[in-house]
Ligand binder design. Structure first.
Ligand code: NAP
Length: 530
């Protein structure tokens, strides 16, 4: 082996990459990681927009590591981006992984070499290395959609993206700010910007459901208790559908009287966040149950937003609640009661172009000092494509996914030996706690590589039948969901026949972990080794 040959090449140094480098070096592998940013953090490095915070409680949105967990303590139930980034730095430093990471370096290509059983990985710095295993820790929501509004090149003010918020100072105090996009990012940014800006104008295309986080100080007693039994906690959250301890659905809506239904809704609302996704067990599949929850949130919008016209535009009606990712906010609807917050429904008043001074819609010519684009991501495939991974036939993984992702356990895809996609489509991914998803995937990969090492194997790939069966199982799990029929970043739509593939695995992290455990216990059945 010469100096540029590694056992594993890891792409990305967010939570998944940090843990992958730590775990695989502990396993005695020779590991190198490449990270485009100048430091660790991944999406938590880039998404530093005002108001950015996580929507999984901090007790669980961290590494379930016996040594690390007691040495850290969060301030809030839902920590803000600076605290999460500080935590990821703490983990990277504690584990001493930085020497293995090349920062400010993008992977520009990864070519599988079938005879050597290695990937030849080229980078933006000109460095080339080879790796036996290629581990994509590049995230599923990391490659941003770029703004494509006519006239943007003429704009003389500053424009930024929530997904790549600049590290230099972005002046927001006293500024006239436009926010385009009202998904999780926009919904979090608006109240934070409205606190300091002269004016915030929100451009909304689809009214999303947003529920209050009910954020507050961390329960230090609960944290200390968990810190004393990290192993047990880890097992418990791995066997929970979302990788946390949020309460599960209380049964079908029809098993409760109208008064009981309302009491349950109020109880979950008071707890806050994603608990509203699981008030009733059938709200994701039965439109009547779903409407009960949706109506409860709609009523909150009307009760909160005093201006009737604004309330009408903000009331979500386009899809059943939870069939797109539920937004979790802190004061979103309340912000529209501030005199400095305006709202434009771009369906009624479309954006025509960006001008030198701002934004021209059909009915308005508005001036802005700052335009904030919160347009979302090329989910699941964007970052994978960016790395330009090629098999021996010159294909990229997504070339084989033209009719939707095909994977074994959402981790490997046939045709790409030795390539692991952490939290990939076909795994619970964005539907569960992403730090835990990453840890579980990395641990599985580490076990699989140890299994291979013990047997002298250097190549692994899913068997065709196992991949077909897993892909069919992922589709079957989503087949009766209301969300399958709603346009959103989790659904792959085949434009020719309208068929749809729901990309994450919806049966729950608990079920997924059980499937992985079964596979591992059966000598990694379904994976072909040589
Ligand atoms: P998103 O949910 O995809 O939302 C993008 C927004 O941009 C939507 O409102 C979309 O409108 C709008 N948009 C896109 N193109 C537009 C156009 N040409 N004109 C007007 N509006 C346009 O993206 P996101 O808000 O960045 O969130 C993505 C995911 O990241 C979340 O679902 C979540 O998983 C994660 N995230 C989580 C948190 C958190 O709370 N922890 C925070 C941020 C992000 P349409 O709806 O009409 O398409």
């Amino acid at each position: 082996m010469n100096s540029v040959d590694y056992d594993a090449v890891v792409v990305g140094a967010g939570a998944g990459g940090i843990y992958a480098v730590h775990k695989l070096t502990q396993e005695g592998l020779r590991v190198i990681a490449f990270e485009g940013a100048p430091d660790v953090g991944g999406v938590w490095y880039h998404n530093r927009y005002p108001g950015a915070r996580v929507d999984i409680e901090s007790y669980f949105y961290c590494f379930p590591d016996e040594e690390l967990y007691p040495r850290w303590s969060w301030k809030e139930r839902y920590p803000a981006q600076p605290e999460i980034l500080a935590y990821l730095n703490f983990a990277a430093d504690s584990w001493g992984i930085r020497p293995h990471i090349r920062f400010s370096t993008w992977v520009t290509g990864a070519q599988w070499e079938p005879d050597a059983h290695r990937y030849r990985v080229s980078t933006s710095s000109g460095e080339t290395v080879t790796g036996r295993y290629l581990i994509m820790a590049s995230g599923q929501l990391s490659k941003a959609r770029t703004p494509a509004f006519p006239g943007l090149e003429d704009y003389r003010g500053r424009w930024v993206q929530t997904s790549h918020w600049p590290t230099d100072h972005v002046e927001t105090a006293g500024r006239r700010i436009a926010v385009i996009g009202t998904g999780s990012s926009g919904v979090q940014a608006v109240p934070a910007l409205a606190r300091v800006a002269d004016n915030v104008t929100v451009f909304q295309r689809t009214a999303n459901y947003s529920v209050p986080a009910q954020n507050g100080p961390l329960d230090q007693q609960k944290y200390a208790d968990l810190a004393g039994r990290v192993g047990e906690m880890r097992e418990a959250i791995l066997h929970h559908p979302t990788g946390s301890d949020i309460p599960l659905g209380a049964g079908p809506a029809s098993s409760y009287s109208p008064e009981e239904q309302q009491a349950l809704l109020r109880e979950r609302w008071a707890r806050g966040g994603h608990t509203m996704n699981a008030v009733f067990t059938d709200q994701g599949t039965d439109i009547h149950a779903n409407t009960l929850v949706a109506d409860f949130v709609r009523q909150h919008v009307r009760d909160t937003v005093r201006d009737r016209a604004k309330a009408e535009i903000l009331t979500p009606r386009a899809y059943p609640i939870g069939s797109r990712r539920l937004c979790v906010d802190t004061g979103y609807y309340e912000a529209f009661n501030q005199s400095n917050v305006d709202l434009i429904d771009v369906n009624a008043d479309p954006i025509e172009r960006i001008t030198e001074k701002g934004i021209r819609t059909r009915d308005h010519d508005l001036e802005f000092d700052l335009i904030v684009f919160a347009l979302g991501f090329n989910a699941f495939t964007g970052a994978l494509d960016q790395a330009n991974i090629r098999n021996e036939f010159g294909q990229r993984p997504t070339d084989l996914w033209s009719r939707g992702p095909r994977t074994l356990l959402g981790l490997m895809t046939r045709g790409f030996p030795n390539l692991f996609v952490l939290t990939g489509p076909g795994s619970p991914s964005v539907l569960a706690n992403m730090i835990l998803d990453n840890v579980q995937h990395v641990d599985f990969v580490a076990d699989l590589l140890r299994h291979m090492g013990e047997r002298g194997h250097t190549r692994v790939e899913p068997e065709q039948q196992a991949q077909d069966e897993w892909t069919a199982h992922v589709a079957e799990a989503a087949s009766n969901l209301l969300r399958l029929n709603v346009e959103n970043y989790m659904v792959h739509v085949n434009r020719d026949d309208g068929s749809r593939v729901f990309m994450p695995y919806v049966a729950g992290l608990d079920r997924y972990v059980a499937e992985c455990e079964k596979v591992a216990a059966d000598d990694f059945v379904g994976f072909a080794f040589s």
